[in-house]
Design a protein around this ligand. Sequence first.
Ligand code: GUN
Ligand code: ZN
Length: 457
Amino acid sequence: MGKVNDKWICGTAFHTPQRGVLEVLDEVLIAVDETGSISQIVRNNEPRFGEIKAAADREGRLTELADSQFLLPGLVDLHIHAPQWPQLGKALDVPLEVWLQKYTFPLEAKYADIDFAREVYGDLVDALLANGTTTAVYFATIHMEASLALAEICQQKGQRAFVGKVAMDDPDQCPEIYRDSDAATAVSEMRAFIQRVREFSGGANALVQPIITPRFIPSCTDALLQGLGELAAETGCLVQTHCSESDWERDFVEARFGKTDTEVLRGFGLLRQSTVLAHSNFVSDEDLSLIGKAGAAIAHCPLSNVYFARAVFPLRAALDRNVHVGLGSDVSGGHSPSILDGCRHALSAARAREGGVDPSLAAAERGVANSAIGVADAFWLATAGGGEALGLPIGKFEPGYKFDAILIDLDAPGSNLRHWPTLDGLDDVFQKIVLNANRANVMRTWVNGKLVYAAQV
Ligand code: GUN
Ligand code: ZN
């Protein structure tokens, strides 16, 4: 009946093991081993179900869910700026290139103060775990101490994370108060950051990992981009950056290099397996082919796209080319830290961009191309899609996958979903959760088999 130290959870779980495919695991037993991996899933029609459940219960190793409670894979945020948490919801009243200079660089410069950094980062990681984000890919700031503090806080609080000390050195684009002194120093500090995070977190497969983070092409000199590309090859560290987010950025890069962002990143050795490209709103079909060939991934940030960049990533075209895509909150270009909100914004953005096609009607029946996405597609982006983008076994309930999960309670205090018993079936419950659940419904969050958040009730 599994390994001696396995813990068991009995209840109903939802996941999307493939894009657009909802699987309801109705009243199953899930075993989690000492390493935090799912070791087996036992369906309730298997003869051994009753015996295993009774034994786990007898031995005090069983958690049983109530009727109003459902398990979901933990949510993956592929793109979030930790230092911008204090300006969440601050008016985005100017274009990106002005917003950076006017609000964002002055705010990020404040993280030279390590006490301020610790306070903000502790609060942010708590908030993300309470919203069900089990994996986050963070931009920090240029500061070594504060970036290390973010990595340590993720480790202490048990969140799976990639943490990037930001590199930006171009004096024409970055203010004196907030830039790396020169490319060589920025590269050697990035190397030191990688070593230090790997030392305290336990190496290349640890829960918390460093990620090489050139801010975006306009803020980096050629020497910095070149040096970071070489560092990625040397260390095997993942890379993240912004790509083709705004028309300003696209035009700037075109004027400087005569190429697209994607081509420039590739030329500097930064377009690699699992490189996370935030946004990619202005990518061409050729860019998407390059991204796909490299095995790189796109962090689709729909709220930020619509509200801030005023251009929407061509999600359908990327999915049709099998490019890795997941969701990013892009706090604070996006004004919600919730990846469930990200699902809703992805649905709205796809319908607006693709003409409002109703994905619930079979395209063939109606004789039209079904180009929008459905709820199960959006949830896949938020979970297994994000996991595939990062090359991690997360986002599904399958043996061998990590038990990164959230417990949603439809009857939780403050829930908007108490009328769920009137729904027609479990598919409707899933849709209701993806479209309507919020922080009040997240009762527990586990990462790598460990309980990292429990709501106070
Ligand atoms: N491009 C470069 N830096 C940023 C940032 O902080 N936010 C967003 N949305 N885009 C960027
Ligand atoms: Zn961003």
